[in-house]
Design a protein around this ligand. Structure first.
Ligand code: SF4
Ligand code: SF4
Length: 453
């Protein structure tokens, strides 16, 4: 009996420590609500086990036995594979998209210009929603309700700098070609890319549906896009969690712009490196895309396209920015393995749709759109919200359960989500309980708080 009581105490102290560690991790992550809840649960558990030590033996066994069974089942759900069966729905596009239809192209149309008149005479259905966003203050506008002169100017500076790379995305190719083994150069690019700041890199063969049919931005507006490269290198860079958690406030757009610049720098550098080896290469970076980066990144094995229409990576969810390099240097490409666990989690989750202030994210399952099963956001509503607040919002990224930091605590949960269909449902409830269904936004980081005279 005495031995069983001691075992009870050991179980109690172990659970107390586990919840306390989770609480400290949450404090470190600035997740106040989660920290408080983990602390309270840890002390309640300790109190319960201490109490059970002094009460009638049978009752003590029932309490500790129940908690032990719950704990064992929790970890069993994480470890035991039960992935579920999912129909193989086609998610490969059949058609090329025209870049002129993107919001980034449409926002550049100057009212009453030839380009503007031509576009809306060919696309009259887009005129009304576009007129709506044009009545709003606009992205990074001083008239925006959450305008912050310093943070908006920093963001503008990052966008300006990445835009200045436009003449460096492509260039002269060294006439002396270095013959290279595809395995070793693929490995080199992966490792070097990570040293330059990429979180993950992948290679794929370039498909026609990756590439826009017609250019929608810059001097080449309206030109057909020809890109004969055989391969694409896609990579992600991480967005700072604290800044993203201020969404839709100014530090969020500061972070977006900063990471577009970082991704752009790495892409331009790698493309130049490949050209130095005597192979053609072009960087596709913010404002200078020939292709749809999330699609390329998905086919390169970096994740899946989630409900919010962004690339969902297994370790950081949508909390990344992407850039791509297309090239003819020989690379080792893999075969895409669909991550059904991620798509299934998106199917049951809907947190982004529930918290989207622009009501732009669908609640339904993936739909067959032009023969491709996918989620399609209402980009007009999303962009109108951006123009209303003055930032690129990012609330969907902030609330996504996959966007938690890449650390042991969250990776245990990610492992369970990947492994077990039942755990996916449990993980969603736990995420809502500890972090909130619609988590509150962070205040500005201290160093960003500026006093204005
Ligand atoms: S919030 Fe949920 S539904 Fe939305 S992208 Fe993330 S996992 Fe998918
Ligand atoms: S960025 Fe904001 S408005 Fe756009 S889809 Fe995400 S949450 Fe909605």
């Amino acid at each position: 009996m005495e031995e069983i009581a001691i075992v009870n105490m050991i179980i109690g102290i172990s659970l107390f420590l586990i919840f306390n560690i989770a609480a400290f991790v949450s404090v470190f992550e600035h997740e106040k609500k989660a920290a408080l809840r983990f602390f309270v649960i840890s002390w309640l558990l300790l109190a319960l086990f201490t109490f059970s030590y002094f009460i009638e033996f049978n009752l003590s066994i029932i309490i500790s036995g129940t908690l032990l069974i719950v704990t064992i089942h929790f970890f069993a759900l994480i470890i035991i594979p039960y992935k579920g069966k999912f129909p193989e729905l086609n998610d490969m596009p059949f058609i090329q998209h025209d870049e002129r239809d993107t919001m980034f192209s449409r926002k550049e149309l100057k009212p009453d210009s030839d380009r503007y008149n031509k576009y809306y005479s060919e696309n009259p259905d887009k005129k009304k929603p576009d007129d709506k966003f044009r009545t709003k203050p606009g992205l990074l506008s001083p008239k925006a309700p959450i305008y912050d002169p310093v943070i908006f100017a920093s963001s503008e500076a990052s966008f300006y700098t990445v835009a200045a790379f436009k003449d460096f995305v492509d260039g002269e190719i060294n006439s002396v070609k270095t013959n290279i083994d595809n395995k070793s150069i693929s490995n080199y690019i992966k490792n070097w890319g990570k040293k330059l700041g990429a979180i993950d890199l992948g290679f794929t063969t370039l498909k026609s549906y990756h590439i826009y049919s017609v250019k929608g931005r810059g001097e080449k507006y309206g030109n057909s896009i020809i890109n004969n490269h055989k391969y694409a290198i896609a990579f992600t860079v991480e967005m700072d969690k604290f800044n993203v958690d201020t969404a839709p406030d100014a530090p969020e757009v500061f972070e977006s712009a900063q990471q577009y610049l970082r991704a752009g720098t790495v892409a331009v550098q790698i493309a130049k490196f490949i050209r130095e080896l005597g192979y053609s290469a072009k960087a596709h970076i913010d404002g200078n895309y020939d292709l749809i980066c999330p699609l390329v990144a998905r086919d390169a094995g970096l994740g899946e396209i989630g409900r919010m229409g962004l690339l969902m990576t297994p370790k950081l969810g949508p909390r990344v920015r992407i850039a791509v390099i297309t090239t003819d240097i020989p690379l080792v490409t893999g075969i895409r393995k669909i991550d059904h666990s991620l798509l299934h989690f998106c199917k049951i989750c809907k947190k982004c749709a529930e918290s989207c202030p622009g009501k732009a994210i669908p609640f339904e399952n993936r739909q067959n759109i032009d023969g491709t099963h996918r989620w399609k956001i209402n980009s007009e509503s999303c962009y109108t919200y951006w123009c209303t607040v003055g930032t690129d919002c990012g609330k969907c990224i902030k609330v996504c359960p996959y966007a938690h930091p890449d650390n042991l605590l969250h990776n245990i949960v990610r492992k369970g989500i990947k492994n077990n269909l039942i755990f996916r449902h449990l993980a969603l409830h736990l995420d809502n309980f500890f972090y909130g269904k619609n988590p509150v936004k962070n205040k500005f980081p201290k160093w960003m708080k500026i006093k204005y005279d």
